[in-house]
Design a protein around this ligand. Structure first.
Ligand code: UDP
Ligand code: MG
Length: 136
C-alpha cells in the first residue's frame, strides 16, 4: 500500500559552500523524491537553537547551532512513498565514516558535524520541521 509522506531536508552550510546543491538535489530526484518547496536562507543562531532544541542538552549543541547558522542553507520539502525513512536511508549515517556507499553523507560528508544534510527522523518531526521553515 502506498504511504506518501513529506519530510524536511536541509542542505547544510558545508555542502552549499562547496556548490553541491545541484548534485544533492539530483540524488533526491533520482530516488524518486519530489521537491515540493525549497528556499535558500541564512538563519540566525537563535533560529538554529530553536530548530535543534531537541539536542539542547548535548555537548555538541552550541557548535551545531553556530554551524547551521554559519552560512546559507537550502531547506526543502520532499515527498515520496515513505519519504521519512527513504530520506534517512539516502542520507546515510550521521558520521560519514559509517555511511554506506551510495549515500549522500558517504559521498559528500566531511565529518560528523559537517555531514552535508539534515533529514527529519519521524513523520511527526517532519511536520514540525516543515512548519518551522514553511509556515504559510
Ligand atoms: N552532531 C555532532 N556531533 C555528534 C552528533 C551529532 O556535531 O556527536 C551534529 C551533526 O551535524 C548531526 C546533528 O548534530 O547531523 C544532529 O544530530 P543527530 O543525532 O540528530 O543526527 P542526524 O539525525 O543528523 O543524523
Ligand atoms: Mg536527527
Amino acid at each position: 500500500m502506498n504511504n506518501i509522506q513529506k519530510t524536511l531536508s536541509i542542505i547544510k552550510p558545508d555542502a552549499v559552500e562547496r556548490n553541491l546543491e545541484n548534485e544533492i538535489k539530483e540524488m533526491f530526484l533520482k530516488k524518486g523524491f519530489h521537491i515540493l518547496r525549497e528556499k535558500k536562507i541564512h538563519i540566525e543562531k537563535s533560529e538554529a537553537e530553536k530548530f535543534y532544541k531537541v539536542h539542547e542538552t548535548k555537548p555538541f549543541y552550541n557548535d551545531l547551532c553556530s554551524y547551521l547558522s554559519s552560512g546559507p542553507i537550502v531547506v526543502m520539502i520532499l515527498q515520496k512513498d515513505n519519504a521519512v525513512l527513504a530520506n534517512r536511508n539516502l542520507m546515510g549515517a550521521t558520521n560519514p565514516k559509517d555511511a554506506l556507499d551510495g549515500t549522500i553523507r558517504k559521498k559528500y560528508g566531511i565529518s560528523i558535524d559537517k555531514n552535508s544534510v539534515h533529514g527529519s527522523d519521524s513523520p511527526e518531526n517532519a511536520q514540525i520541521e516543515i512548519d518551522f521553515f514553511f509556515k504559510d
